[in-house]
Design a binder for this molecule. Structure first.
Ligand code: AHR
Length: 500
C-alpha cells in the first residue's frame, strides 16, 4: 500500500529568493579531484582545453555551477600561491602533507583554476592561507588576482600571461581553524581573522561598491560547536561578511567515517538519511546564535562544506577520500536542498564536498572515462530552484520507520521559478513503498505535473564505468482527475515537476 501525504501549495505565501550559490561546489587539491578530475595537462590524450578536461567541463557547464571554492579545505592553509604561478616546468614540487603525502606538482595554480572557473562559467571562492601563511602573502595574492594598475603583483600576473584582473567574489580567511587549519581556540581564530582580513583587499575596479564588494568568510564551526559560533559572532567586525559551517553526513556525528558507500542494508539507508536531516537542526541553532549578535542578518552563514563521507573505497590511497555515490547520496542531496531553501534569510551559500572523485562527488573519473553520479542528477533536477522564489508549503506526511528511526516518508520543497513556473521537488524516503501525495494548489490551477524522476532498483543503485547509466533521470507526468492532483511517487525517489 502506498504511503499517503497531503500537500498544500499556496502561491500567496511566497518566501525569499533562493540564492543560486546554495548550489555551489568545492574543489580541493585532494586525491584525484584536481589532478585527473580537472587537470590532465595540455599534452594528455584525454581531450582538454589548455590542460583542463573537456568532458568534466561539459558536465559542469550543464549544471550552471554558480560558484566554486578552491584550493581547499585543509590544503588551503598549507598552500603557498606563488608555488603555482609562472612557467609550469619551473614550479617547485611540494608535498601535499595533509592528503596522502603525495607530490604536488603545482601544475594547477591560480591561472589554471581561473581558466577552469571561466570554462564552466562559475564565480570563484578562493580560500586563503592563515595556518602557514602571512597577511602579506594573502594580501599579495589578492593584489595578483585583482589589481589592474602597475603594481608589482599586477605586473607579475601580466608577465604570466593574464592581462585583465580576475574577479574574486568570495574569499575565505582560513579554513577549519579549529582543526586542520591551526587547531585554534575560537578566540584566537577570531583575532587572526580580524588581523588577516584587514589586509585582504580586493582591487578589482568593478568590486568597489557595497553590492559588488568581495565577501570575506570567517572560518566557522564544526557540526554542533555552538560556542564557536557564539565567540565568532561576539568578536566579529566589519570584515565578517560571512561565517562558515561544516557538517558531513555520516561522519559529522561518527568520526572516523566508517559506513560503506554501497552494500549497506536498510538500516544503513535510514540512518544516513536521518543524519542528512540533522543539517536542519544545525542551521536553525547556529542561525539562532547569529540572530542574537546580528538581528539584521548582515552576516551570512555559508555551509561551505557538506556531503556524505563514508569509509573510503580506495584502499590503496585512503587519504584520497574516494567513494562511490549511490541513490542514497542523491536523496541526501535533495534533502539538503530542501532544507537550505527554507533558511535563505541566513544561509546564502552551500558548497558540496567535493565536485570530482572526492567524497559526495557529482562526477567520477577513471583515467579517460567519466561517469555522472546520482548526486549529479539531483543537482540537474534542482536547477529550476536556482534564483527561484521559495514557497513555504503545508505538508502532512506519514512516517517511514525502520527500527528506532522514524522520518517523514515524504519531504518537499516548492518555488516559483525565474521562468514564472511553479516547481515542486518531492522525495520519497521509503525504499519499499510508493507514495501518493494529494496536492492542492491555491493561487493557480494545476492540470498536470510534468518533470523528471531519479530512482533505482536497489537502495545502493549506482553508476559504474562499465554501467554508467544504471541511475539516470526518467520523465515523469501526473494528470489531475476528478479527485484532484495526486502525485504518485516511486519508492526511494527524487522527483522534480513543474505544474501546468
Ligand atoms: O573535504 C575534505 C576536508 O574536510 C576538507 O579539506 C576539510 O576542510 C574538511 O575537514
Amino acid at each position: 500500500t502506498a504511503i499517503k501525504a497531503d500537500l498544500t501549495i499556496d502561491t500567496a505565501k511566497s518566501g525569499k529568493v533562493i540564492p543560486p550559490e546554495i548550489y555551489g561546489h568545492f574543489a580541493e587539491h585532494l586525491g584525484r579531484m584536481v589532478y585527473e578530475g580537472v587537470w590532465v595537462g595540455e599534452d594528455s590524450k584525454i581531450p582538454n582545453t589548455r590542460g583542463i578536461r573537456n568532458d568534466v567541463v561539459g558536465a559542469l557547464k550543464h549544471l550552471n555551477v554558480p560558484v566554486i571554492r578552491w584550493p581547499g579545505g585543509c590544503f588551503a592553509d598549507r598552500y603557498h600561491w606563488m608555488d603555482g604561478i609562472g612557467p609550469r616546468d619551473k614550479r617547485p614540487v611540494t608535498i601535499n602533507t595533509i592528503w596522502g603525502g603525495v607530490e604536488e606538482s603545482n601544475a594547477f595554480g591560480t591561472h589554471e583554476f581561473m581558466d577552469f572557473a571561466e570554462q564552466i562559467g562559475s564565480k570563484v571562492y578562493i580560500a586563503g592561507n592563515v595556518g602557514t601563511g602571512s597577511p602579506k602573502e594573502m594580501s599579495q595574492w589578492l593584489e595578483y588576482m585583482t589589481a589592474s594598475d602597475n603594481s608589482q603583483m599586477a605586473k607579475l600576473r601580466r608577465q604570466n600571461g593574464r592581462e585583465a584582473p580576475w574577479k574574486v567574489e568570495y574569499f575565505g580567511v582560513g579554513n577549519e581553524t579549529w582543526g586542520c587549519g591551526g587547531d585554534m581556540t575560537p578566540e584566537h581564530s577570531a583575532n587572526l581573522f580580524k588581523q588577516f582580513a584587514t589586509f585582504s583587499d580586493n582591487y578589482h575596479p568593478d568590486q568597489k561598491t557595497p553590492e559588488t564588494r568581495m565577501v570575506k568568510v570567517m572560518s566557522g564551526a564544526n557540526v554542533a560547536d555552538f560556542n564557536w559560533t557564539e565567540v565568532s559572532m561576539k568578536m566579529k567586525n566589519n570584515n565578517t561578511h560571512a561565517l562558515s559551517l561544516h557538517y558531513y553526513t555520516s561522519a559529522g556525528l561518527n568520526w572516523p567515517p566508517s559506513r560503506p558507500s554501497t552494500g549497506f542494508d536498510e538500516a544503513g539507508w535510514a540512518v544516513v538519511l536521518k543524519e542528512a536531516f540533522y543539517m536542519e537542526e544545525l542551521v536553525q541553532k547556529h542561525s539562532a546564535i547569529m540572530d542574537k549578535y546580528d538581528p539584521e542578518k548582515k552576516v551570512a552563514l555559508y555551509v561551505d562544506e557538506w556531503g556524505t563521507w563514508y569509509k573510503t573505497d580506495d584502499l590503496k590511497n585512503p587519504g584520497f577520500l574516494y567513494q562511490q555515490n549511490s541513490l542514497r547520496d542523491g536523496l541526501v542531496a535533495a534533502l539538503h536542498f530542501n532544507i537550505f531553501h527554507k533558511y535563505t534569510d541566513r544561509v546564502k551559500m552551500a558548497n558540496l564536498a567535493q565536485t570530482v572523485n572526492v567524497l559526495q562527488a557529482v562526477i567520477l573519473t577513471d583515467k579517460d572515462k567519466m561517469i555522472l553520479t546520482p548526486t549529479y542528477h539531483v543537482f540537474d533536477l534542482y536547477k529550476p530552484f536556482m534564483g527561484a522564489t521559495h514557497i513555504p508549503v503545508m505538508l502532512n506526511s506519514a512516517k517511514y520507520t525502520v527500527g528506532d528511526i522514524s522520518l517523514p516518508a515524504v519531504d518537499v520543497s516548492a518555488a516559483k521559478g525565474k521562468d514564472g513556473k511553479i516547481w515542486l521537488a518531492v522525495v520519497n524516503l521509503d525504499p519499499n513503498r510508493p507514495a501518493e501525495v494529494n496536492t492542492s494548489t491555491m493561487g493557480f490551477k494545476a492540470k498536470s505535473a510534468v518533470g523528471r524522476v531519479l530512482t533505482g532498483d536497489r537502495i545502493d543503485a549506482h553508476n559504474t564505468f562499465d554501467k554508467p547509466n544504471t541511475v539516470t533521470l526518467k520523465s515523469y507526468e501526473a494528470k489531475a482527475s476528478g479527485s484532484g492532483l495526486v502525485l504518485k511517487l516511486a519508492p526511494k525517489s527524487v522527483t522534480v515537476v513543474e505544474f501546468r
